[in-house]
Ligand binder design. Structure first.
Ligand SMILES: [Zn+2]
Length: 242
């Protein structure tokens, strides 16, 4: 697996929001710097350029989003921190029929942003989102993922974060069985408390201490980034024209 601390560190160092495009269809995607206009054209030519860009992408990696599955796909998970790694707002814009994209609301990911064209020009109301660093038992292996949720999911997590037996949510030996019931906007998230010391987690499922240490050393510092100004302009203009 590619070392994840590379991007985590990079995320801390981002000063130019135009380096990144925001959450697109649920994924954070890095803008490939090789594609930017200021790169000399010659560096973009040939297989060497492709290989170099591909190697860079593989090395940096990106957060793997954890999405709640149905009840029969319930998974065991652990919160690695007692609070969200990021809270932001997101626009879900229909650029053209059948073409919807999500964009982070600019001031929510960049405090220096002066307004947001989606709010100001399209009068679109963004949704509130939060992301959490979690460990998920995925086919027998504990993996670092990012749980991204809207209000309903975040409130369910918050209830545990404030709960007498579940606070802090990242305490040792506390696991959750996570799934959702219902579909779409009507679905209900479930995080059922599972306590190792009560024998509710089988020995084979317990997260090994060295795995826990490793995953905690790779926590993501940021999930959503400001979309590139040019992309925002293009989408806003397309919607205004339609
Ligand atoms: Zn906005």
């Amino acid at each position: 697996m590619a070392p994840r601390d590379t991007l985590t560190r990079r995320a801390d160092e981002v000063t130019d929001p135009t380096d990144y495009i925001g959450v697109e269809q649920g994924k954070t995607r890095r803008i490939d710097r090789m594609n930017k206009e200021e790169s000399p054209a010659s560096s973009r030519r040939g297989w060497a350029a492709f290989n170099e860009a591909a190697a860079k992408k593989a090395e940096e990696g990106f957060p793997e989003r954890f999405t709640l599955g149905d009840e029969n796909e319930a998974v065991l998970m652990v919160f690695l921190e007692d609070q969200p790694l990021q809270v932001w707002e997101e626009h879900w814009i229909q650029e053209a029929p059948g073409k919807r994209k999500s964009f982070a609301c600019l001031p929510s990911v960049n405090e220096d942003a002066e307004g947001c064209p989606f709010c100001d020009e399209l009068d679109d109301k963004p949704s509130l989102l939060a992301a959490f660093n979690v460990a998920v038992l995925d086919e027998g292996t504990w993996k670092l993922k990012v749980l991204v949720g809207r209000t309903r999911v975040v409130k369910a997590v918050q209830a545990h974060a404030n709960g007498r037996t579940t606070s802090p949510i990242n305490k040792d030996g506390l696991y959750f069985e996570a799934y959702k019931t219902g579909t779409g906007t009507e679905s209900t998230p479930h995080f059922n408390r599972m306590v190792e010391s009560l024998g509710e987690v089988s020995e084979s499922e317990v997260i090994p201490p060295e795995t826990m240490t490793e995953l905690k050393s790779k926590l993501w510092a940021q999930y959503a980034f400001a979309p590139k100004a040019d992309d925002v302009r293009k989408v806003v203009d397309a919607v205004l024209r339609s």
